[in-house]
Design a protein around this ligand. Structure first.
Ligand code: ADP
Length: 241
């Protein structure tokens, strides 16, 4: 428990610091992107200048992506938390629809097996963000044609969102670092290392927990199962009569 507390304290302070820095970085980066765009338009005929301008624009997009993830940490914390009933099946459907639009990377098959009666209590947008991060990690790890299942379970006062993939699994050696901000094994252009750190802080805001099981299939060292436990929505409508 102590480790857990130290970890969340550290995450919270990294989050505050990062959000402050991100805020300061955002404006100059937008400035750089605009200047590069102007340059490209003014020198349309010059191949070298347009190529370099494109590269500058691409790199600023990367920075913007990191900055946006960092800003998400800033919204963490109990003060910002919204309390709504959140249908697990509905957010799974939305996340899958969103990721199906974005056809970067491997062709995979998404299956939503969530029980429509399983409803969590929390912030729908932030819980959707959790799912998007988990599913896109699952896709990055999957072989072509791999199946990604999103399921739900109900246990006592909690509901669970479960994302399973048939990917390469997570080696034991990096297990301890998964939730660390900026820890990534992906190519520099691809991963920011903020996905699971954000998942962790959002789930923590909800007083939930994250459990990772990998490999699912120990014989072939394949597959990862990530289980998010969240408080169950209790229908508080008083009974009439
Ligand atoms: P990023 O996706 O930007 O690398 P994350 O914090 O989301 O950052 O993930 C950190 C690392 O955890 C990934 O780089 C990857 O090595 C590992 N990982 C996360 N999810 C999976 C998964 N489903 N299968 C295999 N490895 C995973």
């Amino acid at each position: 428990l102590e480790d857990y507390l130290i970890h969340s304290e550290r995450l919270a302070s990294i989050g505050r610091l990062a959000a402050g820095v991100a805020h300061e970085i955002g404006n100059p980066v937008t400035g750089i992107a605009c200047l590069a765009q102007n340059l490209r338009e003014e020198h349309e005929a010059d191949k070298e200048i347009s190529e370099t301008s494109n590269q500058i624009i691409e790199q600023t997009k990367r920075i913007t992506k990191i900055v946006q993830s960092l800003m998400s940490f800033a919204h963490a914390g109990p003060h910002h938390q919204q309390h709504y009933p959140v249908s697990l099946s509905a957010i799974a459907q939305d996340a899958i629809a969103l990721l199906s639009l974005n056809r970067q990377g491997t062709e995979v098959c998404f299956i939503n097996l969530c029980d429509p009666t399983h409803v969590a209590e929390g912030d729908p947008q932030r819980l959707a963000q959790v799912l998007i991060n988990l599913i896109s990690n699952a896709r990055d790890a999957s072989p072509a044609g791999g199946v990604i299942r999103v399921r739900s379970e109900e246990k006592d006062q909690m509901v669970q969102l479960i994302v399973e993939d048939e990917g390469s699994g997570i080696p034991q050696t990096i297990r301890a670092r998964l939730f660390e901000p900026f820890f990534t094994t992906k190519d520099p252009g691809k991963g920011t290392g903020l996905g699971l750190a954000l998942v962790y802080s959002i789930v923590e805001e909800h007083h939930g927990r994250v459990d990772i099981e990998s490999p699912i299939d120990p014989e072939n060292q394949l597959g990862t199962r990530i289980r998010i436990s969240l408080p169950r929505h209790i229908d508080a409508t008083p009974a009439t009569g």
